[in-house]
Design a protein around this ligand. Structure first.
Ligand code: SF4
Length: 352
């Protein structure tokens, strides 16, 4: 791949064979190309920090085989109704003081009820008033619901495609791939930024991973944010016994994502707790530039916040757009409070 000074053209016409060819490059070549591409559009030494809060936990009617929030699986998860605005704001303020620039709120619904929309709008407007970006993941959205959330100022909406179209039915049967594409279309049409990615390690093969990336890259515009999750094997879910996922294949997937969607934020999401520091460093080298910065991802655990801060410091990586002025002890205790909002010992694995 050459890097000329000509105007760079973002592609929305990727073919799966081309993507497989990227996956199969020698590892060093792939990482060199991905890092070179990354440097064209991003400061290589910054990451975007997001914090995630579960605003409604468990009892989801969907059957996503990786998810402890599905009512169909006995994972011991404690169910919770939609949080009160005061709880949400307490968590958002703590997240802001801890250095997060985006506050993501997730609810385990098939789709929101219209009766919940006023509460969601209040959450969006009050979190935005703190000066933070807002993101929600609430399941499928109708056109009208997407417009209402956009009008309230919601910046991002997360809705993952999860895997390739052909492997999808092995993982979820209660909503179709097309349903997901329609929600992404409604989000985009309403003017919100799209956050969409997938999960690796669900038994899919490399062809499926290439297929997922082709679907994401060939959307009318690339998702602004692309979470690349690694399966967290939660006891009680059908995928609890899945084979371990090969770490180098995870890094390759990050690198290929960066090459295909060079202007998007690529996020290390669920599964980061299973990655050692060296693997996370390789993921940053491959072009990842966003992490969830919180000890729990709603219900799935994440690296401890102070470990994250230490790793970023070791690597000379800064938080994008936010400079933390508080002493470390205050920052860490604030972050602990944010994460405690997720309360449950079980892992939350919201993939929308
Ligand atoms: S991933 Fe989302 S839609 Fe699927 S079961 Fe979990 S909460 Fe429900």
């Amino acid at each position: 791949m050459s890097f000329s000074n000509e105007e760079f053209v973002v592609r929305n016409d990727w073919r799966r064979d081309e993507v497989l060819a990227l996956f199969n490059k020698p590892f060093n070549d792939l990482l060199y190309e991905a890092q070179s591409m990354h440097r064209r559009f991003f400061d290589p030494n910054t990451v975007q920090l997001s914090t995630l809060l579960s605003i409604k936990t468990g009892a989801c009617p969907e059957d996503c085989k990786y998810c402890p929030q599905s009512a169909r699986y006995d994972t011991g998860l404690k169910k919770e109704k939609l949080l009160h605005i005061d709880n949400v704001m307490e968590a958002a303020k703590a997240a802001k003081s801890s250095g997060a620039t985006r506050f993501c709120m997730g609810a385990a619904w098939r789709s929101p009820h219209d009766r919940d929309i006023p509460s969601l709008i209040q959450m969006i407007s009050e979190v935005k008033a703190l000066g933070m970006e807002t993101c929600m993941t609430l399941g499928m959205l109708s056109e009208g619901q997407a417009e209402k959330l956009a009008d309230a100022g919601l910046d991002y909406y997360n809705h993952n495609l999860d895997t390739s179209p052909e492997y999808y039915k092995e993982v979820i049967t209660t909503r179709t791939y097309q349903d997901r594409l329609e929600t992404l279309s409604n989000v985009r049409q309403a003017g919100m930024k799209v956050c969409s990615g997938g999960i690796l390690g669900m038994g899919e093969d490399q062809n499926d991973r290439a297929g997922l990336l082709v679907e994401l890259a060939n959307l009318p515009s690339h998702p602004d944010s692309i979470p690349i999750n690694m399966l967290v094997k939660v006891p009680g879910t059908p995928l609890s016994d899945a084979d371990d996922f090969e770490p180098f294949e995870y890094i390759r997937t990050i690198a290929v994502t960066r090459l295909m969607m060079p202007k998007s934020y690529v996020r290390l999401s669920a599964g980061r707790e299973q990655m050692n520091e060296q693997m996370q460093a390789l993921a940053f080298l491959a072009g990842a530039n966003s992490i969830f910065y919180c000890e729990k991802l709603l219900t799935t655990s994440n690296p401890k916040s102070n470990e994250d801060l230490q790793l970023l410091e070791k690597l000379g990586i800064r938080s994008e757009g936010y400079y933390i002025e508080q002493p470390d002890s205050q920052r860490e205790s604030d972050l602990y409070r944010v994460c405690a909002e997720s309360r449950d010992e079980n892992l939350y694995y919201r993939a929308g």
